[in-house]
Design a protein around this ligand. Structure first.
Ligand code: C2E
Ligand code: MG
Ligand code: MG
Length: 633
């Protein structure tokens, strides 16, 4: 529609080379001079009517010159054509009929009209000339108007030469104009062809590595699928992502990064058959398409070869650079019936290879897809749940083992989904972390826990310390301090009533930034504990660097400690080590009295677990505390 609207209106001209005003003036002047010469001749020979005709023609040609100068080129050209045709016809009629030399002027006029006149003007002039010539001949034959034939003399030759000279001059001008227009058109055409070729390359080739780009790769993949479908064979897509490319780029610069990508491209091409396609998808992602294969075996072989090729270090600008890659593989037909699903599944499998520790390859399997769908559903669900206030906090009491006093509570988030039912935090917290929603969720938990702790103070439970689980992801942004401060200010809770449960993985990161954040929170009066202690890492150096109050022994050791001597050994070791470092110990997952007794004997200070109570809604927790206090002597 748009194209149709933009198309120029259909032309009525036969041919549309642009007639330059200068050219037209030259032709008008040439014709006027020819007329003047003719006028001179007719005046000398005393032909009054012819002289008048030529004089009138010259006046009109002068008018056309004036029009041409003012830029009315088309009007001037049309005026000239009509005037000349009428004048020549008049001369023919007044002089020797169709034997008159003036007839020679018709072809020139018609050529000019065909090039610069409208179709209607041209056809009109042709018809007019036909009529005039036929009329003159008929008038002669019927004796109505007989044109005398003059004997041959030099004057007639002069007339013919003048007409031919003017026609030749005009034809020469036109021909040279056409020639240069043609040369220009050829040059333009060549340029267009060259830019089309360039566009084609840009559209299908990666400018850095020269490999096919994602557009061409997709086309090749579709061809490979079509071929496999026809031949009842298979095709594989291998999605490669370099594992440490960002580090190379950041540490050695973008130019080295670019050279590394080119070198990787070369090794990939060398690792596969000529008939396979290696493409760069952008960044540090490459795609390898294996066509005409019969089974997964070929894809495995290619994947092993590719990882092997990448394992040797690259030497770039004299520097040795090492990189590895993670590969995801999807095979047609079992992993997808079209290019889109194969690409998506290979990408998914690549992430699994990364999760598996990088420098590995993984085949796609349907379970991966299910988990992605579930992941997406959960992300949407968390977002909605935050909006609809579907999250609640439950509180598990924490006890001082020696006295049996309730000293605090751990706030544990709960989510009852409308259709999916109760979703455990272990399932949705990682999704919230992955999607970034943990920031909003974490802020809500902090605020809610502080407000509840304050409420319990009002209810007479005293200064219980509420332990809040904080995800390491919450520390990646700068707002954790602000969120803690806001929650405390909004609720009026004292900072000493809040304990943040950190993970070992967070402390192992040991960054300057984290150090600063923890120090500032500490100076506000916030306490810290290390959650699930013992499950993570053997490097305990961080314990002496960070100022924490408590270690929470992971419940897996606690629950098994009476049945399994090595778990008891671990629990004892943790308690002893903590005491050496002047840290207190909280045992989580205490489910029975013998475990409690053992832990108390080992010197563990605090505990929580089903032995006393699971995590309870806030009002039930209040009730529990009251009943518990009443039951104690
Ligand atoms: P966690 O911080 O180690 O929490 C203790 C978990 O052990 C809780 O599971 C609790 O219900 C459970 N538990 C307590 N006593 C016993 C017991 O005697 N036996 C057994 N078998 N289990 C016991 P829950 O509530 O399912 O929480 C799981 C994890 O989810 C938590 O582990 C914590 O890492 C995370 N989480 C919970 N709430 C939050 C939150 O608000 N924010 C963040 N970032 N993580 C949270
Ligand atoms: Mg915890
Ligand atoms: Mg824990």
């Amino acid at each position: 529609m748009l194209i149709a609207m933009q198309r120029p209106p259909p032309s009525t001209a036969l041919f549309e080379p642009a007639l330059q005003p200068r050219r037209l003036s030259q032709i008008l002047w040439a014709t006027s001079i020819a007329c003047a010469a003719g006028l001179l001749g007719t005046l000398l020979t005393g032909k009054l009517l012819t002289s008048l005709l030529l004089a009138a023609t010259m006046v009109i040609l002068a008018l056309a010159i004036w029009l041409a100068r003012r830029g009315h080129v088309v009007r001037a050209a049309h005026l000239m054509l009509v005037t000349l045709t009428v004048a020549i016809s008049g001369l023919v009629f007044l002089s020797q009929g169709i034997r008159d030399e003036a007839v020679f002027a018709y072809p020139g006029i018609l050529i000019f009209a065909s090039m610069f006149g409208t179709r209607r003007l041209y056809l009109g002039l042709v018809a007019f000339v036909f009529l005039v010539l036929s009329g003159v001949v008929a008038a002669n034959l019927l004796g109505w108007h007989v044109n005398p034939v003059q004997p041959l003399h030099w004057g007639r030759l002069a007339n013919v030469l003048v007409i031919l000279a003017v026609t030749a001059f005009f034809v020469w001008l036109m021909a040279s104009d056409l020639r240069s227009a043609l040369t220009q058109a050829q040059a333009d055409n060549q340029r267009i062809l060259e830019s089309h070729a360039r566009i084609d390359v840009l559209a299908h080739q990666d400018s850095l590595t020269g490999l096919p780009n994602r557009v061409l790769a997709r086309d090749r993949l579709e061809q490979a699928i079509a071929l496999a479908r026809r031949n009842h064979s298979a095709a594989a897509v291998l999605f490669l992502d370099l594992d440490n490319f960002k580090t190379v780029n950041d540490s050695l610069g973008h130019s080295t990064g670019d050279q590394l990508l080119c070198a990787v491209a070369q090794r990939l091409v060398a690792a596969v058959r000529d008939s396979d396609t290696v493409s760069r998808q952008g960044g540090d992602e490459f795609l390898v398409i294996l066509g005409g294969i019969t089974d997964d075996e070929a894809a495995t072989t290619a994947a092993v070869k590719i990882l092997d090729q990448l394992s040797a270090p690259f030497v770039i600008a004299g520097v040795e650079v090492s990189t590895t890659g993670s590969l995801g593989i999807a095979v047609f037909p079992q992993d997808g019936a079209d290019a889109d699903s194969l690409l998506k599944h290979a990408d998914l499998a690549m992430y699994r290879a990364k999760d598996a520790g990088r420098n590995a390859f993984r085949f796609f399997d349907a379970e991966m897809n299910n988990s992605v769908v579930e992941h997406l559903q959960l992300t949407t669900g968390i977002r909605q749940a935050l909006r609809n206030h579907e999250f609640t906090l439950h509180y598990q009491p924490q006890f001082e083992l020696a006295s049996g006093r309730i000293v605090g509570a751990e706030a544990l988030i709960r989510w009852r989904h409308d259709s999916l039912g109760f979703i455990p935090p272990a399932k949705f917290i990682p999704v919230a972390e992955h999607s970034g929603l943990i920031h909003e969720l974490g802020a809500w938990v902090l605020h809610e826990a502080c407000s509840q702790a304050k409420q319990w103070q009002t209810d007479g439970l005293g200064d219980l310390v509420v332990a809040v689980n904080v995800s390491p992801v919450q520390f990646r942004r700068d707002d954790i301090e602000r969120e803690v401060a806001t929650a405390l200010v909004d609720t009026g809770l004292s900072p000493s009533c809040i304990e943040l449960e950190l993970t070992e993985s967070l402390l192992l990161a040991d960054s300057e930034h984290l150090n600063g954040v923890l120090k500032r929170l500490r100076s506000m009066g916030i306490q810290f504990s290390i959650d699930d202690f013992g499950t993570g890492y053997s490097n305990l150096g961080y314990l002496s660097r960070f100022d924490v109050e408590r270690l929470k022994i992971d419940q897996s050791f606690v629950r098994r400690m009476l049945d399994n001597p090595s778990d008891e050994g671990i629990v004892r070791a943790i308690i002893e080590m903590a005491h050496c470092l002047k840290l207190q110990v909280v045992a989580e997952g205490i489910e029975d009295a013998p475990t409690l007794e053992r832990l108390t004997a080992l010197g563990c200070e605090f505990g929580q677990g089903f032995h006393w109570s699971p995590a309870l809604p806030a009002d039930e927790f209040l009730q529990y505390c009251r009943t518990y206090a009443e039951s104690r002597p």
